[in-house]
Ligand binder design. Structure first.
Ligand SMILES: [Zn+2]
Length: 447
C-alpha cells in the first residue's frame, strides 16, 4: 500500500494480476503434449501457451516437474449444508475441493431441507459463490423430500438461478419404475440427466457389507451385487425406452460394468462414474470392523476393483466422482452396524487415481484429465469447466506433482475426517489450483 492507502501498482493484486506458469507439462486441446512450456493466465482466461513467455506484471510460478490439468470437476459431492453443518459446510467442503485440485463440484441434494425446490438449490448455489473456493453446482432431488413418492419440481429448479441439470435422490434409490420413467421423460425438455443411486431397497434391507466370503466370515448382513445391477439394467432400459439421459452413480461391481457396456453398445444415453475408493479398496478391509471402511455402495472384491479399473480405462465408466461423504466423529467411530455409511474423498481423489490408474499404466495424464474434468463437466452440463488448456479457454487449472509422495495425515480442510486413506502413503501432490485465473491453492495450501 502507498501512503494514500491505495494499492501500489508495482505490487500485483493476487486476485487480478496475471499469472505466468513456467516450465510446465501440458496436454493441450487437440491432444498434443508439450513439456517445459509456459502458460499465461490473464483476465480469467488462458492468454497464451508456449515456451519462453514473459509478462513483466505477472506473478511467476515455477512449475518444472508439474503437470497442468484442467481444473477437476466432481459430479458427486455431499457438502451437507443446509442442515448438517456439524459434518461439513459449503465453505469447508469447497476448501477441501480446491486443495484436491477441483474447480467445480456438484452438490448432492440430500441436505436438510432437501434440495427439492428452487429456493434450496439457489441457496446452495449462492453459498458456493460466496465461499469462492470452487464453483458449486447444485444437484436437485428427483422426488419430494427424497421420499420416492412424488416428483419434485424439476422444471422450476432447472429454470432457477442455479440452472440445475442433474437430478438425483442420491442416498436413496428412485426405486419406483414409473417415477423413474416420468423423471427421465421430464428432464428431456431441458437436456437434463437423472443420476441414479442404484440400490434395490428390498434386496439391501439391513445390508452392511458386500455379500460374499467376507460378509459371512464377519457375520455382517450381505449387500448383493444384484441389488445394484438389477436397478442399473432396469434404468438403462427405461432411458432407452424414453430416449433420455441416465447417469449411474458410484458403480461398484463387475456385473454393473457389463450392463453399462451393453447399454452403451446400443447407443443409449447412459453414463457412469466410479469413486476413488472403489478403484483401490476391497471388502477385506472390513476384517477389523473399522467403520471407516463402511460405505454405500459397499467395498467389493479384488475382481470387482480390477474390472472397474479396466472400465474406467476403456471409457465404459466415463468418470471418477468422489462421493465425498463427510460425517462427524460420533457417527463413524462407533460399532460397525451403527455407523454411518460414507467416506471423505475430495482431498485425496487425484492421488488415489494416480496410484490405481496412472502408476499401473492403465491411464495416462490426458486420460486423467478426460475422466476427472472433461467428461464430468460434459455430463453435468457445466459451462466454463472441463476444457483442456487452450488459448482463450477458461483459466481453470490444477498443477500437480506426480513425483511427490506422502502419507495422508489429517485433519484436512474438510470438517470431517472419515477418510479411509489416513496413514496410507499416496503418490502425488496438488501444488496449485486456479479458478478463472485466480489461485485458490498455492504451494499445496489455500491461497
Ligand atoms: Zn449414493
Amino acid at each position: 500500500m502507498n501512503p494514500a492507502g491505495l494499492p501500489d501498482p508495482a505490487i500485483p493484486d493476487p486476485a487480478r494480476a496475471p499469472w505466468l506458469i513456467k516450465g510446465v507439462t501440458v496436454t493441450r486441446s487437440g491432444g498434443q503434449r508439450e513439456e517445459f512450456t509456459d502458460i499465461l493466465l490473464s483476465d480469467g482466461v488462458i492468454a497464451a501457451i508456449g515456451p519462453g513467455l514473459s509478462n513483466p506484471g505477472a506473478h511467476v510460478l515455477d512449475a518444472q516437474g508439474l503437470i497442468a490439468l484442467p481444473g477437476l470437476v466432481d459430479l458427486h459431492t455431499h457438502l451437507r449444508e443446509p442442515g448438517r453443518e456439524d459434518a461439513e459446510t459449503v465453505e469447508t467442503g469447497t476448501r477441501a475441493a480446491a486443495l484436491g485440485g477441483y474447480t467445480a463440484v456438484h452438490a448432492m441434494a440430500n441436505t436438510d431441507p432437501v434440495a427439492d425446490t428452487a429456493g434450496v438449490v439457489e441457496q446452495v448455489w449462492r453459498l458456493g459463490r460466496a465461499a469462492g473456493h470452487c464453483d458449486v453446482q447444485p444437484v436437485g432431488a428427483v422426488t419430494v423430500g427424497l421420499a420416492g413418492s412424488r416428483l419434485a419440481e424439476l422444471g422450476t429448479m432447472a429454470d432457477s438461478a442455479a440452472r440445475v441439470r442433474v437430478f438425483s435422490d442420491d442416498g436413496n434409490c428412485v426405486a419406483d419404475p414409473l417415477l423413474m420413467r416420468r423423471a427421465l421423460e421430464y428432464v428431456k425438455a431441458f437436456d437434463g440427466v437423472i443420476a441414479q443411486h442404484a440400490q434395490e431397497p428390498r434386496l439391501t434391507e439391513g445390508a452392511q457389507l458386500n455379500e460374499g466370503e467376507m460378509s459371512s466370515r464377519l457375520g455382517l448382513a450381505g449387500w448383493p451385487a444384484v441389488a445394484e445391477e438389477a436397478i442399473i439394467a432396469r434404468d438403462c432400459l427405461l432411458a432407452a425406452h424414453v430416449g433420455s439421459a441416465l447417469h449411474v452413480c458410484h458403480v461398484s461391481t463387475a456385473g454393473s460394468v457389463e450392463i453399462i457396456r451393453w447399454a452403451k453398445s446400443k447407443g443409449w444415453r447412459v453414463t457412469a462414474e466410479v469413486t476413488p475408493h472403489h478403484l483401490l479398496l476391497t471388502d477385506e478391509l472390513a476384517a477389523g470392523y473399522d467403520p471407516v471402511f463402511k460405505v454405500n455402495p459397499p467395498l467389493r472384491t479384488a475382481a470387482d476393483v480390477a474390472e472397474l479399473r479396466r472400465a474406467l480405462a476403456d471409457g465404459t465408466i466415463d468418470c471418477v466422482a468422489t462421493d465425498h461423504a463427510p460425517h462427524p466423529v460420533e457417527a463413524k467411530e462407533t460399532e460397525w452396524s451403527e455407523a454411518a455409511f460414507g467416506m471423505t474423498g475430495l482431498e485425496t481423489a487425484l492421488r488415489v487415481v494416480q496410484l490405481a490408474m496412472v502408476d499401473t499404466g492403465m491411464l495416462d495424464w490426458c486420460g486423467v484429465a478426460d475422466r476427472m474434468s472433461v467428461r464430468p463437466a460434459r455430463i453435468g452440463r457445466l459451462a466454463g469447466h472441463g476444457a483442456l488448456p487452450a488459448v482463450g479457454g477458461p483459466a481453470n487449472l490444477t498443477l500437480y506433482d506426480p513425483a511427490a509422495s506422502a502419507e495422508v495425515v489429517g485433519p484436512g480442510a474438510s470438517k470431517s475426517r472419515n477418510t479411509p486413506f489416513a496413514g496410507m502413503e499416496l503418490p502425488g501432490r496438488v501444488v496449485a489450483t486456479f479458478l478463472r485465473g485466480a489461485p485458490t491453492v498455492l504451494d499445496g495450501k489455500l491461497a
